[in-house]
Design a protein. Sequence first.
Length: 91
Amino acid sequence: MARAAAQTFVDDDEGYLAWQAAHPDLYVINAERSLNPNNLVLHRATCRTISGTPTRGSQWTGPYVKICGSQSDLDEYPTARPCRICLADDR
Ligand SMILES: [Zn+2]
């Protein structure tokens, strides 16, 4: 049975921020553009490190991209580490 898969935003800050606004209860993996499995960090969608205005005038979905979905959607990225800010007490 197919289910909604994780959605990846690349060079699409507008789409990412719209998704985030619509799904504050879901999760986001911050990944290198290459999706290097050794550098994935899992955040709550509301984490302050991945929302609002990007630092240093960069974009949210440029050199780093955002993989968005429910916690089970993101199970396909088992190497993702929990963010120490928003998921300190989880997983
Ligand atoms: Zn976080």
